[in-house]
Design a binder for this molecule. Structure first.
Ligand code: PLP
Length: 383
């Protein structure tokens, strides 16, 4: 037995929730029972073949295997600038953007770029689990703000006001929300930017689900608010928009000082997004295939609606989300806790949902149900 001493830092955060749940699924599947997983939001709608063809061409090019260089190549920059202008009517400069190895790249590395030991960062509860632990890793303090059902899981500025201290450095904000599916209006974003200006706070706005919306809803960008670039950056994801989750591609746009700080951190962490992937990203943004996108949205919406019918059968209560990939549902009041309810369903019916507590203490009493799942055999599981 070797005596390897790992960093004490590992003790301040838990194993990532989906890694833990994967192990629970494996235990059940060892007994020859196949689990139907409504767990992670793994965008399973097949990506567009045209994009794949483009990627194949790109990896055969002469420079494809070289280090890509740090930051964006000119093609990627121009395509993201054009897309942002077309989609949100927002103008970006070349130093106001950076390609990422997935949106999670910024989620995990921004705390290193922005937070000092003892600083505070405001984080939504419930919210994307990856928002909090990177702050702990740099010795900063996550301060959670509550998103409640009574308020349709929207931001209360009065509450935020009470959470801000001299140590507050930035706010994580995510709409369309993972896990609640709540959305935000431009009017609300305007108030949030005013709030940031009043308190001299940065806002990191995670817009990973901006292109996954239903029923005539279109998600805004916080950069649409005049002056937002003084305080805000926004994160986008190719995973959700183009079903490229496995390729690990995203972007960050907005305040150039924050972007330069993140780029400096990333220069120590990785060697940039590969040239074939940057060129693929540029191509996908330039040739946004509306009919493929429409099919993808129709597929998720259809699954959302079918799954909703089955969830009602097992006593879950919820509103259908207008955006994102998840139903956020209240468990029956007879159930003791979200975790127990999830484990019971897993063992009895081989159905995996995510316990709401994976997203914060306000997730108690809720479960998150992803609709990125093959539902051909769903009936068998809910009998
Ligand atoms: N932000 C939110 C709110 C998410 O839900 C996810 C993934 O589920 C990400 C970021 C990460 O996205 P990416 O695959 O681009 O890293």
């Amino acid at each position: 037995m070797s005596n390897i001493k790992t960093a004490s830092r590992l003790n301040i955060f838990k194993e990532y929730v989906f890694s833990r749940l994967d192990k629970e699924v494996a235990k059940v599947e060892q007994t020859n029972r196949k689990v139907l997983s409504f767990g992670s939001g793994n965008t399973d709608f097949p990506t567009n073949k045209v994009y794949l063809e483009k990627y194949c061409q790109e990896i055969k090019k002469n420079n494809a295997y070289l280090y890509p260089g740090f930051g964006a190549n000119p093609k990627f920059s121009q395509s993201l600038i054009n897309w942002f202008k077309k989609r949100f009517s927002v103008s970006l400069e070349k130093d106001e953007l950076l390609p990422l190895l997935g949106a999670k790249d910024a989620v995990s590395h921004l705390p290193l770029a922005l937070l000092n030991r003892g600083d505070e960062v405001l984080i939504p509860d419930p919210g994307y689990p990856a928002f909090s632990d990177p702050a702990l890793m740099v010795g900063a303090k996550p301060i959670f703000y509550n998103l409640n059902k009574n308020n349709n899981f929207r931001i209360s500025l009065t509450q935020l006001e009470n959470k801000v201290t001299k140590k507050t450095k930035f706010i994580w904000m995510n709409f369309p929300s993972n896990p609640t599916g709540a959305t935000v209006t431009l009017e609300e974003l305007k108030k949030i930017v005013e709030f940031a200006r009043k308190h001299n706070l940065l806002v990191v706005y995670d817009n990973a689900y901006s292109e996954i919306s239903f029923d005539d809803f279109t998600a805004p960008s916080i950069l649409q608010i005049p002056g937002a670039k003084d305080f805000c950056v926004e994160i986008g994801s190719f995973s959700k928009t183009f079903s490229f989750a496995g390729f690990r591609m995203g972007w960050i746009v907005g305040n150039k000082q924050i972007i330069a700080a993140l780029a400096k951190v990333k220069s120590q962490m990785d060697s940039g997004l590969s040239t074939p992937l940057q060129n693929l990203g540029a191509y996908a943004l330039d040739n946004f295939d509306k009919s493929w996108h429409k099919e993808m949205i129709a597929s998720y919406k259809n699954r959302r609606d079918i799954i909703a019918g089955y969830l009602k059968k097992i006593g879950l209560e919820f509103d259908l989300p207008k955006a994102g990939l998840y139903i956020w549902a209240k468990i029956p009041s007879s159930e003791k806790s979200s975790e127990q309810f999830v484990m019971k369903l897993l063992r009895a019916r081989q159905i995996l949902l995510t316990p709401g507590t994976a997203f914060g203490k306000n997730g108690e009493g809720f479960v998150r149900v992803s609709f990125c799942v093959n539902i051909d055999k769903i009936d068998k599981y809910f009998k």
